[in-house]
Design a protein around this ligand. Structure first.
Ligand SMILES: C[S@@+](CC[C@H](N)C(=O)[O-])C[C@H]1O[C@@H](n2cnc3c(N)ncnc32)[C@H](O)[C@@H]1O
Length: 219
């Protein structure tokens, strides 16, 4: 397997930031580049530049969520607007005993997601081609990256947070978000905002913030 030099060094970074990865997890992370490169030739879901920096821009970035919450076995997590599988796929590798539901309204993106999931042999991921507003199920956590402004997003998902809290007070939304958040977050005083530079010293990502909004709407 050829890993671009840039990706190789970032793969090492991932191992440094997450030193407890098993051999299987390391293998699965390493497989990602080839799977995305192959599938991206057929269906373009990740830009060429981003493929060359897949581990930094997508994998390490997505895994910032794992720096805030360690999902317990059996937890149910929905990734809203997963696109090509971010943050859902890196998190599904990281938490193999957590159930992930990856949702997107564009079918061709989910085709790539399904192929990558199958290529990795992940058994903890299901996907749905629909708008999130149509999802009827409830989840312990809703994760997402770069999908909609916070007020719109919360409106879509607030009724989908599970009644039973597995992570007391922490259940809710964990959202990787860019832009100026001050105004967007005004109506959410319980939100905690993290800078990705709190977790990674190489954090020169475009989407620089992680918002954790605990929700108990159905509690
Ligand atoms: C900018 S892309 C981000 C994709 C991915 N989360 C990432 O960060 O690479 C936004 C994605 O959200 C999806 N999307 C937007 N509104 C949605 C909705 N209401 N329900 C489901 N998916 C939605 C779009 O189809 C698109 O794939």
């Amino acid at each position: 397997m050829t890993i671009f030099a840039e990706n190789l060094s970032t793969m090492l970074l991932i191992r440094n930031y997450f030193p407890d990865l098993s051999e299987l997890q390391i293998k699965q992370f390493e497989q990602l580049e080839e799977l995305y490169k192959d599938w991206n030739l057929k269906i373009n879901v990740v830009s060429r530049k981003d493929i060359d920096e897949l581990y930094l821009r997508h994998v390490l970035h997505s895994l910032a969520i794992a720096k805030v919450i360690s999902f317990q076995p059996g937890t149910k997590v929905m990734d809203v607007g997963t696109g090509g599988g971010f943050p859902g796929i890196p998190l599904a590798i990281m938490f193999p005993e957590t159930n992930f539901h990856l949702v997107d309204s564009i079918a061709k993106k989910l085709k790539v997601v399904n192929e990558v999931v199958e290529g990795l042999g992940l058994t903890n991921v299901k996907t749905s081609h629909c708008r999130v507003e149509e999802v009827k199920d409830t989840y312990d956590f809703i994760v997402s990256r770069a999908v909609a402004a916070m007020p719109t997003f919360v409106h879509w998902v607030k009724g989908k947070v599970a009644k039973k809290q597995k992570h007391e007070l922490k259940n809710g939304i964990i959202y990787l978000k860019g832009g100026e958040l001050g105004e967007e977050l005004q109506e959410f005083p319980k939100a905690t905002v993290y800078n990705l530079s709190d977790f990674y010293k190489e954090a020169f990502f475009e989407t620089k913030k992680l918002v954790h909004l605990p929700l108990k709407y159905k509690g």
